[in-house]
Design a protein around this ligand. Structure first.
Ligand code: FUC
Length: 868
């Protein structure tokens, strides 16, 4: 029998026991004052305090502890900090350490089989179609490659009986994890941060009296790797990544082909350092700094010849010449330049440990926790997605396993897109750079898949991808046979243009949009009943219908995504003044896409036929057919109230509670329906203990980070929305947040907005116009339009949006009165106005939306001159 704190392993059985009962965990006495920063996640006990689990221990044994540990990351390197007193554990990640090797998963039989698959679907022989897809179309190998852990840095400190005033926290204001406690009158402090400018993780150990710090540092990994301690003071791990499962069609195995190195430099001040076996041993130091660097040989998805050792020393050597104050200052400056752009105050915060706050969130007395969750989402995005790094995967950056849930890959039928929902609205546009780089890669690998599998031009990606940018259908027909993942991924790229108006950027992404559109020009088929153009084979993500599979032609989501894709491509080409012929083709195709349909239960139909009420999983987590309400633009409470009502009916049928990400999606949707109280009711579930772990990671369950990002986006959507060519202030404010403040939120058209509200009413909105474009602002039934100039700041007071007069910050000279043309934003500046086409009823091909062009009677074009 092996005894471990937190886990008792008896003859292969794993029994969880409380950390405090562990034989090695010190007794915790007394309570420290809560951290000064309101932007802290904090706790009064370590996440774990026992030696590392043996490598052959079942990995799920540590899972409950792992979701108590606190994440730090610089976009590329990540660590989970456990905060043990005797046994500190830092579980490490590097974002290119995935299993396998460059590969092309195309199934050479697919191209010949697809016409028959289409015919079977047209004949409604769905199970036969699924069978054929399973036999001839799915990728080889059938699964993509998983993201994997680097391993752990274990720091062992002297055994002690008890400590006083133990506390650990993660301060979002400085992106730093802390641990502190008092032992024998000496205060011990630990801080951990992941520096983007220096590309190292810094661990700093100090004590209030000299000569007090002794430790043993070791690396351990489940990877094929060697570990050594060097006389110069490093711990070095060198290895190769894990093998993936299966083989390609030509029989090539997925043997690991990446080399990697992780290196820890141990830098004591005072005391002694020596090595013993594979450990660095420090005795009686005044302070110790440990610098952690890691890299792999991954250069691109098809080139794994980079030198990991050279990369590691390129980071570690300069960092170790800086003192820790410099490293910290540069880290904080770099991080705050992003994080500080947005502040949010939703009301009081409870001054109790964060896990207690999560457990009690439902009682409604802690609105500050929602603000903390919002800022945590922004923190996690900054920490897991920086320019030059890989995009945030299913677990962001943090994964302790060699084979994590769903491979911790990129699931692009919702999850990866959801990761980036808050990027633009919460003023973190740069965090999208890795996503854009990935889509650019996919446009190359996906062109190969389009050609080899479909005989089509352009590019395609199905429901998942990985480090190797695989684009074929995987896992099985029910999940993988969905050709619209790549198209969806282009939509946030276009959104970024609408927010930033950067023409150079538009030129860079335009080929990605064009290629995605081309694939569908080449592969859409005409359905026999209405002669609409539809995808086939396809599916409504992961939701089986009543005919024994999910395979179908023309699921509603595909039409909605493609309407946006073609619309974006048309606007992009127009803005760039290119491809006039193609624009016409795209436009003609777009008008022939299947429109949204309302079914017999008053719901928005998920499929071409009205199958919804007979589908076996009526509460299915995916709400794909509501894409057009959020994040898409097909349906809108004002412009298309009937369709919005049908979307609402679908949401009611689906129910409020689902997996973490699916719950978060529902909140965004209710916010778009302008029902803040309903959105808040679901938020209570998302932020409660069933969907939020003690470290505030989202619980699918298990941990999946999309729920964090979706939840952050939802809170932003409750406060500010931009759709239909207008910016809506406090459109879904719940009564639980009667007063608050937000600064720095972003909106389409290049606007940055501060909001303050009391008693549920808008007190003041300050709008900075970054691009000088027309501004259409709505608060409830009041709609006002302004022309602005670049750099102008406009302050509006009260629910009726009165421009503030006689106030210095209102730069009158830079705000011009509106042209007074109408209540609609002028259409004459190509690319200058967003949302035009969303107000175009041809968008959905239905007459019934026409009425919704009426502007409510209380709205006015702002007679701005003279008022200020
Ligand atoms: C999709 C979802 C699952 C999970 C997985 C990673 O398949 O349906 O719930 O989130 O992605």
């Amino acid at each position: 029998m092996v005894r471990l704190a937190g886990v008792l392993v008896v003859a292969g059985l794993v029994v969880a026991v409380a950390a405090s009962q562990s034989p090695t965990a010190p007794r915790l006495v007394g309570e420290a004052a809560p951290p000064a920063s309101a932007l802290s996640l904090w706790y009064r006990a370590p996440a774990s305090d026992h030696p590392l689990l043996p490598l052959d221990a079942p990995r799920q044994a540590g899972t409950a502890e792992w979701v108590r540990a606190l994440p730090v990351g610089n976009g590329r390197l990540g660590a989970m900090v456990f905060g043990g007193i005797v046994h500190e554990r830092l579980q490490l990640n590097e974002d290119t350490l995935w299993a396998g090797r460059p590969y092309d998963p195309v199934n050479p039989d697919a191209k010949d089989a697809l016409p028959e698959v289409r015919r079977l679907i047209a004949d409604r022989k769905y199970p036969d179609a699924a069978k054929l897809v399973g036999a001839k179309v799915m990728s080889k190998p059938l699964a993509q490659m998983p993201y994997q852990t680097v391993g752990d840095l274990a720091l062992t400190f002297p055994q002690v009986e008890s400590v006083e005033n133990y506390q650990r926290d993660l301060d979002l204001a400085t992106a730093t994890a802390h641990v502190s406690y008092v032992r024998g009158g000496v205060t011990f402090s630990r801080e951990v941060f992941a520096s983007a400018p220096d590309q190292v993780i810094v661990v700093r150990l100090t004590a209030s009296r000299p000569g007090q710090i002794s430790l043993e540092a070791r690396l351990q990994t489940p990877q094929h790797a060697t570990v050594e301690a060097t006389a110069a003071g490093d711990l070095v791990m060198r290895g190769v990544n894990g093998d993936g499962a299966g083989t390609t069609a030509d029989g090539r195995p997925m043997t690991g082909a990446l080399r990697f190195e992780a290196r820890v430099r141990v830098l004591p001040t005072g005391g002694t350092r020596r090595i013993s076996g594979d450990a660095q041993i420090v005795r009686d130091a005044d302070a110790v700094t440990l610098l952690i660097a890691a890299a792999t040989s991954h250069s691109t998805y098809e080139d794994v010849t980079a030198d990991p050792a050279a990369r590691v020393s390129a980071a570690l050597d300069p960092a170790s010449r800086k003192n820790v104050d410099t490293l910290r200052t540069e880290h904080v400056r770099d991080y705050q330049q992003l994080f500080n752009r947005v502040t949010l105050d939703l009301g009081p915060s409870k001054r109790v440990p964060t896990d207690q706050r999560v457990r009690a969130f439902g009682d409604g007395s802690d609105p500050g926790l929602a603000a903390l969750y919002f800022q945590y989402g922004r923190y996690l995005l900054i920490a897991s997605s920086r320019p030059g790094a890989q995009p945030a995967n299913l677990q962001g950056l943090w994964n302790e396993s060699m084979s994590p849930p769903w491979g911790s890959k990129y699931t692009i039928n919702i999850n990866t897109e959801m990761n980036y929902w808050p990027a633009l609205s919460t003023n973190l546009a740069e965090t999208m750079d890795p996503l854009i780089a990935m889509v650019s890669d996919l446009s190359v690998t996906g062109a190969r898949t389009a050609r080899q599998m479909y005989g089509a031009g352009g590019w395609v990606a199905h429901h998942n991808t990985d480090l190797w940018r695989a684009t074929g259908p995987i896992d099985g027909p029910q999940w993988g046979m969905w050709p619209t993942g790549g198209a969806w991924l282009t939509l946030p790229l276009w959104d970024r243009y609408e927010y930033t108006g950067d023409r150079g950027y538009l030129e860079r992404i335009y080929p990605l949009l064009k290629g995605a559109a081309q694939f569908f020009l080449d592969t859409l088929v005409e359905e026999p009943t209405h002669h609409w153009l539809v995808t086939s084979p396809s599916l409504s993500p992961e939701n089986p219908h009543q005919f024994g599979t999910s395979l179908a032609a023309g699921p509603a989501m595909d039409g909605q995504i493609l309407r946006e894709l073609f619309g974006n491509a048309i606007e992009a080409a127009a803005a760039l003044g290119v491809d006039a012929d193609l624009r016409q083709k795209w436009s003609a195709t777009r008008t022939r896409l299947a429109p949204p349909q309302i079914g017999s239960a008053g719901q928005l139909q998920e499929w071409l036929d009205d199958w919804d009420m007979q589908a076996p999983e009526i509460h299915h987590r995916h709400v794909s057919h509501l894409f057009g309400l959020f994040p898409g633009h097909d349906f809108d409470v004002r412009r298309t109230p009937e369709l919005a009502a049908a979307a609402k009916r679908s949401l009611e049928i689906r129910g409020d509670q689902a997996t973490g990400w699916a719950t978060a999606w529902r909140i965004n949707l209710w916010a778009r329906l302008a029902d803040g109280n309903h959105a808040y009711e679901i938020l209570k579930f998302l932020l409660g203990p069933e969907r939020t772990y003690p470290n505030m990671f989202d619980a699918h369950p298990p941990f999946q980070i999309d729920g964090n990002f979706g939840g952050t986006s939802a809170i932003a959507e409750m406060l500010l929305q931009c759709d239909d060519g207008e910016i809506r202030l406090l459109p879904a404010l719940p009564s639980a947040w009667p007063a608050g403040r937000a600064t720095g939120l972003r909106a389409r058209g290049g606007f940055e907005i501060d909001l303050a509200w009391t008693r549920g009413a808008l007190e003041r909105a300050t709008v900075r116009s970054l691009l000088g474009r027309p501004l259409r602002l709505r608060r409830g039934n009041t709609l006002r339009t302004f022309d602005t100039t670049r750099g102008a700041t406009l302050t509006l007071v009260g629910d009726d949006l009165q421009p503030q007069s006689g106030v210095a910050i209102l730069q009158v000279d830079r705000i011009k009165p509106s042209s007074g043309r109408s209540n609609t934003v002028p259409d004459d500046r190509s690319g200058a106005v967003y949302g035009r086409r969303h107000r175009d009823r041809r968008q959905i091909g239905e007459q019934r939306t026409q009425a919704d062009y009426r502007v409510p009677s209380s709205s006015t074009t702002m007679p701005f001159a003279g008022t200020v």
